[in-house]
Design a binder for this molecule. Sequence first.
Ligand SMILES: [Zn+2]
Length: 412
Amino acid sequence: MKIVFTFIICLSFVYAKAQRCGTPEYIKQNISIFTSPATPATAETEGRDTLPNEVIVVPVVIHVLYHNNNENISDQQVLSQLKVLNNDYRRLNADTVNTPAPFKSIAADARIVFCLAKVDPNGKYTTGIIHKYTNTDLFLSDDEMKFSSSGGDDAWDSKKYLNIWVCNLFGRTLGYGVMPGGPADRDGVVIQYDVFGTTGNVTAPFNKGRTATHEIGHWLGLRHLWGDAECGDDGIADTPPQQTNNSGCPSFPHLSNCSINSYGDMFMNFMDFTDDGCMNMFTQDQKIEMRSLFAKGNVRNSFLNSTVCDSSNAQGAPLPTDTLTNNISLSVYPNPFSTQITITSNTLVDIIGKTVKLYDVTGKLFVVQKINSQKTSIIMVTHLPAGIYFLKLEGANETPKIFKLIKQENSF
Ligand SMILES: [Zn+2]
């Protein structure tokens, strides 16, 4: 009995340690660099206005920063998060049935969707997902993950891309976001790697991708329902006042000292602190607040003109960079190629001794070559006919890595 009791105490301690959202502390610590959302420092004065019922498209780039393989979450896990966002911000989430009847009429489809970027800041094709090794094993909520110079990865142009950094945060802070109007190189949200998405390395009760839904709510100008003060105000008319944050999953109705009616807290709102499985709605006025940021003259207006999710704007074929397994970061370029292909290991992991094979689409083998240089190996391929090829990198006792490449017509 004593052992069980101790175990329960330890378990509660572990849960108590998870900090649902670090945004208020982050803003407090960095107040000097943030201006009021009403007077954004980066307001747009040009560009078109939003259309009344327009579905607003927000291109995103995901910076996955990992110190060990566990933190190097899969592209599939990233995609599962995108799916959650596109459900929650369109009220297509399956758990809308759990919205209590009195709140159903004010639950909103925000008509905002998110797409992985297809064009990088240099105009090249991208998957929108960056995997990058870092020497930092735990990040504080101090923005170091947002700069390559401090072990992170630099933001892409925050007028065109929503930057999402996924990393290991100290003290089990699940995430933090910036409010609109901050510096461009810090703009975006940061999410703990094991609460991002719904598959792969996710940990209950934060395994339904709602941390990102919540933090992006901050990026779109929303505050916590209780205004981060006892019975405080979030500036949104149709979210009822509540005394403080909720956690776990209360049963409806949950009343507090400042409830204005018998319906009590809107603990199922994405901007409360409840478990992922407990949240399921934004309100109509939260929708109006978020969409107002995209209006002409406001801080997110430039996103209406962002075309970086359209792959037809990318130069060249898909670049097979960022294929990372076991801390090996490989670049294979150029793509398309004509006279040579270069293979580079971006880390200090040894690639010497591995074998490169080049096949065409029928499986015909054209080139076999051993890599004999720590960093780079060049394959002479000038004689090959134009078309699609597969480059296979093989090492002993490991899964081969395959890259799709395009051979251009030679222009001599
Ligand atoms: Zn928050």
